[in-house]
Design a protein around this ligand. Structure first.
Ligand code: Z16
Length: 858
């Protein structure tokens, strides 16, 4: 590898080579050094926050040494690399994860999480409290962003030469406060504290242009080299986060771009003597990476969002191509050196930007360039819902990126031309598949169509979802390109964070039982099948149950702390209280309203029994102890989702304060659900709910997390629930409701006929209308009632309600009257969850989409 250091100096560099700490003593030395010099503190003012920072700096030092080696290794071998472009990376906390991954598995590497825990304790701190100081890196909304975080973990663990590219938002997803039962958004200024996990690369800057105009030689077409003279300019500055793999020295990179003003002024203003305004204008550049858009499964089409997308695509591509150019290979070999994965359509402008660079700057022939582009990109679709599919007004793109709009039109022209040759005179087909939608008030660019046309592979994220995209929204494209372009890669989750880190007790029990001291099962999850033989072992079941009990107490402790030291749920009966959890973004299609209607039904039925003279024991026999937990954020502008949050809190206020039902039922809304809270909630669940209207949840990934932690699922036949059922066995999951194939017909019925509601649901809705849960504003929840009764029940609440209740009743019975059967289901679920490791998922991408291989350490 090239270096500016003269040969005779290199011996000296090697003599002073920086070494990783390798035992508790060396860690403590580093820790204290960081307290003194990095933090400018001392023994006398080192609090838990400082301890977190010093511990992180020390661990980071080790990671960076391996990070450097990994990058040198990749540069030297120059293999094909993967770039994962995602507008969201929902990373959560880094320190605990780094502690778990820090032992590289190399001979002589003595570091371990336990070692550091002891070392920290000797220095006067409890590791758990130190870890708790870290703010979440919450640069994502929900499933899509967390998937990207699991993927970079698995890419590093699998030793793939792979980088993530994203944006360094100053404000991540908002912090949710619940005030008087309503969601209130507060800014997440996560960079308030210095962030030990990022390395500022102030020397890596890319100039990004917007607006301006396009020049071309007289008489030449838009297909020939053109020069775009941008108007506004901003700088993209790189910030790197190390991503350590598990049991490997591979440390990959997550590169996040931050917007900075250029040092050039608007000379017109400057010459007018308006220096101050010229500086202020520049300052506006920083707003590009100020904030993450807080929508999940919804596109709002704001200009600033488009500016973010281009900023990130242009900076990332520039960086990727700079690296490619170092190897001095011809352009046609780009697809043999580079695979770029588009996480949803958000980075689709990268397709256009690459075509622009190849044609306008590198002077390649249009078709030669386009061949290179399509062989480089592949695209993952995450939804079939219309409101979540990106479309940008042609006028907006043409104004912000005039040359890119020309290129989009040309891409579309050639595409439609080819289709016309294959399917002559099918005008309807052409208008359906066109990248440009001729809509009023104006034309729009369909980003999914552009992503498909610009990629060699398109994948869905679960089998059912992939089937759906092939037969509905992308059916025409299957006919055009053939089915081979469309493939399924079922999502996965990293077992390091979602089992080892979130549930240390279960991890311990598993490694003991499998006699797997070095936790190899976290890499080869098929080893978990070794648990199956203990499924009916009563002694093992007891230990399994004890772990769950411990985790339920841990959740109760967290809730107590969040509630200012007052218990939210009763401590007396935790072992025989069913913890029923639904945590995910609040969305009508995810049907938290179905869940809370079910809770209301349960409460009303209990009250009715009591009113009819039943004893509390009789009530408890039918409706045994249960806590219904909810958590999740609503998009700030999503009226119905916010109303659902208020309903949940209003029901909680009534139910939790009703002495008559004697704590048999509780409702808890956990405010500000995020990755670090998920790590406590998920291991504590007996049952979790994944109850989307069939066909709407592309995959879901928390379903996998709950199963990996020994929770059972109540769910619809949707997304990855289908494959979970196949893997763990249908006797180990509680499925209910209509199938995806029936949805269209049911919706049609609701639109054109007056379908009577089941009596159970009717009662719930009438009580809601009576204002029983909103005494100060009787009609407050009317919109939720009307959605079912008046507006066609789009999410099929009424069609699924009865089978949902029946399924919940079965859950109660098995949990309370057949505990051993329940535990058997739980053990068998974990034994068979291995398929859902994101390591498997990444291997599938590597083989079937990217054609890349791991780099073996030497
Ligand atoms: C998102 O989180 C998802 C889809 C989408 O179009 C936009 C966002 Cl922000 C989710 C899906 O809803 C979920 O089913 C899936 O598991 C997840 O993406 C990862 O694929």
């Amino acid at each position: 590898i090239d270096s500016v250091i003269p040969l005779q100096s290199r011996e000296l560099w090697k003599k002073h080579e920086v070494k990783k700490f390798n035992n508790g003593d060396e860690f403590q030395r580093k820790f204290i050094q960081h307290v003194e010099t990095t933090l400018a503190r001392s023994l006398y003012n080192c609090d838990e926050l400082a301890a977190y920072e010093a511990a992180s700096e020390s661990v980071r030092d080790n990671l960076i040494i391996d990070w450097n080696k990994t990058q040198q290794r990749v540069t030297a071998r120059d293999p094909k690399r993967v770039y994962y472009l995602s507008l969201e990376f929902l990373m959560g906390r880094a320190l605990d994860n780094a502690l778990i991954n820090i032992n590289t598995g190399d001979e002589g590497d003595e570091t371990s999480r336990e070692m550091i825990s002891d070392a920290v304790e000797q220095l006067g701190f409890r590791l758990e409290d130190v870890l708790d100081q870290e703010p979440d890196a919450a640069l994502g909304n929900g499933g899509l962003g967390r998937l990207a975080a699991c993927f970079v973990d698995s890419l590093a663990t699998g030793n793939y030469p792979a980088w993530g590219y994203g944006l360094r938002y100053q404000y991540g997803i908002f912090a949710q406060k619940i005030i008087d039962g309503y969601q209130v958004e507060t800014p997440d200024y996560w960079l308030n504290l210095r962030n030990p996990w990022e390395i500022e690369r102030s020397e890596i800057q890319v100039r990004i242009s917007y607006y301006g105009h396009v020049h071309r030689e007289q008489g030449s077409s838009t297909l020939s080299p053109s020069s775009w003279i941008g108007g506004e300019q901003v700088l993209a500055v790189a910030y790197d986060m190390p991503v350590p793999g598990f049991k490997t020295t591979t440390v990959n990179n997550l590169r996040l771009w931050s917007a900075k003003p250029t040092t050039e002024f608007d000379f017109a203003k400057f010459n007018d003597g308006d220096y101050t305004n010229s500086v202020i204008d520049q300052q506006r550049a920083e707003s590009i990476t100020a904030v993450l858009y807080p929508n999940d499964n919804f596109e709002s089409g704001k200009e600033l969002r488009l500016r973010q997308q281009y900023f990130w695509c242009a900076a990332s591509l520039h960086d990727i191509l700079r690296r490619f150019k170092k190897s001095r290979k011809p352009w046609k070999e780009l697809p043999d050196q580079v695979a770029i994965q588009l996480n949803d359509t958000h980075p689709t402008l990268a397709v256009v930007e690459l075509q622009r660079i190849l044609v306008d700057l590198e002077k390649l022939d249009w078709h030669e360039a386009w061949e290179i582009v399509t062989r480089t990109f592949s695209y993952t679709n995450h939804t079939v819902m219309q409101e979540a599919l990106e479309k940008w007004p042609v006028g907006l793109i043409g104004h912000l990126l005039p040359r890119h709009l020309e290129i989009i039109y040309d891409i579309n022209w050639f595409f439609l031309h080819d289709v016309e040759k294959k399917f002559p005179k099918d005008v309807d087909l052409l208008s359906r598949i066109s990248i440009i939608e001729e809509s009023s008030p104006g034309r729009q660019v369909r980003m999914a169509h552009l992503a498909i046309v610009g990629s060699h592979k398109v994948n869905g994220v679960a089998e059912l979802h992939t089937e759906l995209i092939k037969t509905t929204i992308f059916q025409d494209f299957v006919n055009i390109y053939g089915a081979g372009k469309f493939t399924n890669v079922t999502n996965g989750i990293t077992p390091r964070r979602w089992l080892r880190q979130a549930n240390p007790q279960l991890a311990q029990l598993i490694s003991e039982t499998l006699e797997d001291k070095s936790d190899r099962y976290l890499l080869e999850m098929s080893r978990l099948t070794g648990l199956a033989k203990y499924a009916d072992d009563l002694e093992f079941q007891k230990r399994w149950d004890d772990v769950k009990y411990h985790n339920k107490v841990r959740l109760a402790d967290l809730l107590c702390r969040l509630n200012g030291g007052v218990d939210v749920i009763s401590r007396d009966h935790i072992r025989d209280t069913l913890f029923d959890i639904q945590v995910k973004r609040i969305h009508e299609y995810k049907r938290q309203q179905l869940n809370i209607f079910g809770v209301i039904h349960r409460y009303l039925s209990m009250k009715e029994m009591l009113a009819e003279g039943a004893s509390i024991q009789q009530v408890a026999a039918k409706y045994p102890r249960k806590v219904s937990f909810f958590g999740g954020k609503s998009a700030p502008g999503y009226y119905m989702a916010k109303l659902i949050i208020h309903l949940i809190n209003s029901v909680a206020a009534v139910v939790n304060n009703d002495r008559e039902i004697a704590d048999l039922l509780k409702v808890v809304f956990v405010a500000d659900y995020n990755v670090s809270k998920a790590e406590v909630l998920i291991p504590a669940s007996d049952l979790s709910q994944h109850i989307s209207t069939a066909g709407t949840e592309a995959s879901g990934t928390s379903n996998m997390k709950f199963v990996m932690n020994g929770g059972l699922i109540i769910g619809t036949v949707d997304g990855a629930n289908v494959e979970i059922t196949r893997e763990i066995g249908e006797e180990n999951i509680f499925l209910f409701g209509n199938l995806a194939e029936d949805v269209e017909e049911l919706r049609y019925k609701h639109r054109y006929h007056n379908v009577p509601l089941p009596e159970t649901l009717s009662r719930v809705l009438s009580v809601l209308e009576s204002g029983a849960f909103s005494p100060e504003n009787v009609s407050e929840f009317q919109p939720l009632v009307d959605a079912v009764r008046q507006h066609g029940d789009y999410y099929l609440i009424s069609d699924d309600f009865e089978s949902y209740l029946a399924s919940l009743a079965l859950v109660d019975d098995v949990y309370h009257n057949q505990r051993s059967t329940w535990l058997r289901k739980s053990i068998l679920s974990v034994a068979n969850v291995g398929f859902f490791s994101s390591d498997r998922c990444i291997e599938e991408y590597a083989e079937t989409v990217w054609n890349v291989e791991p780099i073996r350490e030497t």
